[in-house]
Design a protein. Structure first.
Length: 352
């Protein structure tokens, strides 16, 4: 099998658009130039508007995937560079990668990464899933190899980005993983909330009080997490706690039952805890909208994205530096490089 050999030094804009053909129409040039210059909004506007019929569906989806990934804060070449340089750090490889991701992510990174991943897969086939990229295939087209490679990096970044949604203090979290600090209290609250939702032992001994809440028409479990004398708000799926399907929900900020953030502005201290004076307000951790009201389970983003992403990269790439880095993502968590990471592995890794 031919396997792509890619490193940060050779992953250029020309590779980003490989497989696009020789169509030199104004639209094609304008879209490529917009993405090259980091003007992702213009590229998306053209692809979804006046230039939508210029490209084949596969090409259009591939360009859209690249543009949305750029909007999330990560160009494809940036993603490769972050993966490779993470293993060169003095600390833990995945924690270094997570720090780099946190430094570069945009405000709405997770929904944008999710949209990008969907378009990369659609550029292969409208019904393609990450499973189509995780096995070594002998006769992949160049487009399939590129899309699978990029969606792999996308998913690795998605996992690291998801972790940054669990704490307001990523710097301290990274220091704790590297053995030079302690886990922030809001991270302990998040980890205990995930453990509660998955019917696992709470690693930090928080007291969790659950109650049902309907936010914008969807029922969740509102979790009041008491950790180290402070109260933190988290949100879990309605079926939680459940060992198989339970999970916390990806949230950002706080809102009322109508999804309005205005009544809940300023209820949080700098350490992520809720001010005592605001505990009586009807405010909840606000679910992140991934499009059309869709939300995501945190365990899915942490576990499935990491396993699927590393497997997709390994199925395509033949570069020792990249392979070493993604292997270390797992071995840093005390998991074999060829094994799947579990939510318990991630909880143990993040709770150091």
């Amino acid at each position: 099998m031919y396997k792509q050999i890619i490193s940060a030094s050779v992953l250029t804009a020309s590779l980003l658009f490989s497989g696009c053909g020789n169509d030199e129409t104004s639209c094609r040039i304008d879209v490529q130039q917009a993405i090259d210059e980091g003007d992702f909004t213009t590229a998306i506007t053209k692809l979804e508007g006046e230039c939508s019929t210029t490209f084949s569906d596969s090409d259009k989806y591939f360009y859209l995937a690249s543009a949305y990934m750029g909007q999330s804060g990560f160009g494809v070449s940036d993603a490769v560079s972050m993966v490779v340089t993470a293993s060169d750090s003095t600390g833990d490889t995945f924690s270094a990668f997570m720090q780099s991701v946190n430094d570069n992510k945009s405000v709405n990174a997770l929904p944008l990464l999710d949209k990008s991943a969907g378009y990369f897969l659609m550029s292969i086939d409208p019904n393609a899933t990450i499973a189509d990229c995780t096995n070594v295939v002998l006769d992949r087209t160049q487009r399939e190899e590129n899309a699978c490679l990029y969606v792999g990096f996308n998913q690795a970044i998605t996992t690291a980005t998801s972790v940054t949604y669990l704490t307001t203090d990523v710097d301290s979290l990274v220091a704790s993983i590297d053995g030079t600090g302690t886990t922030p209290d809001d991270m302990k609250a998040s980890l205990d909330a995930i453990a509660w939702a998955t019917s696992s032992v709470l690693p930090n001994g928080s007291t969790i009080t659950p109650s049902d809440v309907n936010i914008s028409g969807t029922v969740y479990k509102h979790l009041e997490v008491l950790q180290n004398g402070k109260t933190f708000y988290r949100l879990a799926s309605s079926i939680s706690p459940d060992a198989t399907n339970g999970s916390t929900v990806v949230t950002s900020g706080y809102c009322d039952v109508n999804g309005s953030t205005t009544p809940c502005e300023g209820i949080e201290d700098v350490d992520g805890s809720i001010y005592d004076a605001n505990l009586s307000l009807a405010c909840y951790a606000c679910p992140v909208d991934f499009g059309d009201g869709d939300t995501k389970d945190m365990t899915q983003l942490l576990v499935d994205a990491l396993n699927g992403g590393t497997d997709a990269i390994s199925s395509v790439i033949d570069d020792a530096d990249i392979q070493q880095s993604i292997d270390e993502f797992k071995t840093d968590m005390n998991v074999s490089a060829d094994a799947n990471v579990t939510i318990q592995d991630i909880l143990d890794y993040l709770n150091q």
